[in-house]
Ligand binder design. Structure first.
Ligand SMILES: Nc1ncnc2c1ncn2[C@@H]1O[C@H](COP(=O)(O)OP(=O)(O)O)[C@@H](O)[C@H]1O
Ligand SMILES: [Mg+2]
Length: 241
């Protein structure tokens, strides 16, 4: 579904990604693990068009998307729920969600689809948002805003969903809820690339994982295998020997 080869990216003169190889097969959850500053967010930004790659290829459903503007990549079927909470604080929760479907309405490249049905499905997945749908997004707690960002990405009705640290800054109970929701999305067949500080939980929900070190893939394999890899355990799962 998503196939990345030799992906390179830079901020000005500083090269951050040095040739990433990564695949996200249809219906699978793939996780990208790495320390702070390894380049996980940069990888996601390069895929979704928020940052123009300096090299390599990115295929989404067989179509080349590397270097296309973000709105075109979204239209082809990729949604990115970025790091941090990017909601429109002075719009209601419901309007934030409807704005998520806006790209698909305006550009019309994908079927208009059943926006009301998608809204219902998103609100089913996030009951907290259903309760608060007529509240201004700026009045939600940080955790709820994070969920709103995720739900809004889903409103694009994407073929592939990129989730960058969806549990960042959340209370433990909400972290659990976010992982529960990721599990439900997986059951529904959603193809996802997941970046998470809770690497053990990410590997538990994922089918496959990649470890990113200094802008390069250091190790990759089935999630189960990475979970049992002594080096991965020591470096990323906080488990000695
Ligand atoms: N906007 C930016 N301008 C310049 N350097 C950046 C910018 N964003 C990130 N970087 C640098 O790129 C590297 C990778 O960052 P990032 O992709 O955010 O890592 P991660 O998400 O794995 O923590 C880091 O060295 C970081 O300092
Ligand atoms: Mg990051």
């Amino acid at each position: 579904m998503l196939e990345i080869n030799h992906l390179k990216a830079a901020y000005g003169q500083v090269q951050v990604l040095h040739g990433i190889e990564l695949k996200v097969p249809k219906g699978q959850v793939v996780t990208l693990i790495g320390s702070n500053g390894a380049g996980k967010t940069t990888t996601m930004r390069a895929i979704s068009g928020m940052l123009k790659p300096t090299g390599g290829s990115i295929l989404l459903g067989g179509k080349s998307i590397a270097g296309l503007p973000a709105h075109r990549i979204a239209r082809i079927g990729l949604a990115h729920s970025p790091e941090g909470r990017r909601v429109f604080p002075t719009q209601t929760v419901r309007d934030n969600l409807l704005l998520g479907a806006f790209t698909r309405l305006t550009f019309g490249g994908r079927p208009r689809g059943d926006i009301r049905g998608d809204l219902d499905r998103a609100l089913d997945l996030f009951p907290r948002l259903r309760e608060r749908q007529f509240q201004l997004a700026g009045t939600l707690s940080g955790g709820e805003q994070q969920m709103l960002a995720m739900a809004r990405a889903l409103m694009l009705n994407p073929d592939v969903l990129l989730l960058d640290e969806p549990s960042m800054g959340l209370a433990p109970i909400l972290v659990e809820e976010v992982f529960h929701i990721i599990g439900r999305l997986k059951e529904q067949g959603m193809t996802m690339l997941l970046v998470e500080q809770f690497a053990a939980a990410a590997l538990a929900v994922a089918d496959y994982g990649y470890v990113l070190e200094n802008g390069r893939i250091a190790v990759h394999g089935p999630a189960e295998q990475l979970r049992n890899d002594p080096k991965v355990r020591a470096a990323y799962l906080g488990i000695a020997h």
